[in-house]
Design a protein around this ligand. Structure first.
Ligand SMILES: NC(=O)c1ccc[n+]([C@@H]2O[C@H](COP(=O)([O-])OP(=O)(O)OC[C@H]3O[C@@H](n4cnc5c(N)ncnc54)[C@H](OP(=O)(O)O)[C@@H]3O)[C@@H](O)[C@H]2O)c1
Length: 320
């Protein structure tokens, strides 16, 4: 009897184990299928977006009247050179006059129909409008307003410096709003475009960038609303928001060195993609391409995304 009872128990336990194994396998298979479907959907969506995207005609930029901000270095400087190669007329701005002078000389040697600079500090509230007025006067109108500059900020844990946050909002956000508003009627006349250089940090939170991230979220919010409203008013001005991942500019690389492990993508390629996005009047750019996938993934699986983001940082609170 005892033997028989044990035997029954063993059989029951074996059946339960088998059932468990079946359930686990079923779940794994379901998960695999789900991941496959998800990856396939992302691929199809990406191909569809690429396929239906309007094609870029470089000739459309010959003689185009362009204002690029933050053009003394990094991505802005590279944009100035690309526009010049396409034969545009360009006004560039930043604070360092000597550097701007050199960039203008190179622009002219690369084929710009016109290249002039205006030195301005976008922290000064009077400057954004003055710079737009200067460009309108020099170019006799405007086809592209490319907003790209950023004020200097640290790459470190939030330390409660609200004053710095308030200060950073001036160059990174308020000056963009002021310039876009000032240029709007000229852009209406030319069926022009506002191009806003933003960041993945404008779509999702990354550690050590609280002031910067706040300004980029503000930009995405404001220009997203502006795009809606211009469309509703049947305006012919397009608004492009460019979401960039890590780009190999000196400023970015010097900040993350030793703290963040990530591949940086070339500034010259980022610059060309921004220009094409503006010229083809697309509402969004994601560069490099996987920033689009990250953006989708973060809403689908927020905890996993946050875990992956944090694990890219070298931070040890014990060592402080
Ligand atoms: N590099 C990246 O990894 C990365 C990633 C995502 C998004 N982005 C975005 O790409 C854009 C360009 O970044 P970047 O890496 O090329 O930066 P960058 O090399 O540091 O260039 C910033 C530009 O802004 C100008 N600037 C700084 N403070 C200013 C002020 N108060 N008033 C007017 N101009 C000022 C600088 O020139 P002066 O010093 O002469 O004024 C410079 O021309 C930014 O919008 C940034 O958020 C960059």
């Amino acid at each position: 009897m005892q033997i028989c009872f044990t035997h029954d128990l063993c059989c029951a336990a074996g059946r339960a184990e088998l059932l468990c194994a079946c359930v686990v396998e079923f779940r794994i298979n379901k998960m695999r299928t789900l991941i496959k479907v998800l990856l396939a959907s992302v691929c199809v969506a990406y191909i569809a977006v690429r396929w239906t995207a309007p094609s870029f005609n470089a000739e459309s930029l010959r003689g185009a009247r362009v204002l690029v901000t933050g053009a003394s270095s990094g991505i802005g400087e590279q944009m100035a050179y690309h526009y010049s190669r396409f034969g545009a007329q360009i006004v560039i701005t930043a604070r360092r006059e000597k550097v701007l002078q050199q960039v203008v000389e190179k622009c002219l040697s690369l084929g710009a129909q016109k290249a002039v600079y205006v030195a301005a500090d976008m922290v000064d509230e009077a400057q954004p409008e003055k710079v737009v007025d200067f460009a309108l006067e020099k170019l006799g109108g405007l086809d592209y307003l490319v907003l790209n500059h950023i004020g200097s900020t640290t790459f470190s844990m939030w330390d409660g410096d609200v004053e710095h946050m308030r200060w950073l909002m001036k160059p990174n956000f308020f000056s963009y709003v002021q310039m876009a508003w000032r240029a709007l009627s000229a852009l209406e006349q030319s069926k022009g475009a506002v191009v806003v250089v933003s960041s993945v940090s404008g779509k999702m939170a990354n550690p050590f960038t609280a002031p910067y991230t706040s300004t980029k979220f503000a930009l995405n919010g404001f220009f997203g609303v502006l795009r809606h409203e211009l469309f509703m008013k049947k305006s012919n001005v397009s608004v492009s928001i460019c979401t960039l991942g890590l780009i190999d500019t000196e400023t970015a690389l010097s900040k993350i060195r030793g703290v963040l492990d990530a591949t940086a993508y070339p500034a010259t390629e980022a610059a060309l993609n921004i220009i094409i996005t503006g010229a083809t009047r697309q509402p969004e750019l994601f560069y490099p391409w996987f920033t689009y996938v990250i953006n989708l993934f973060k809403d689908w699986s927020p905890s996993l995304t946050e875990h992956l983001v944090r694990s890219a940082y070298k931070y040890d609170p014990e060592s402080l």
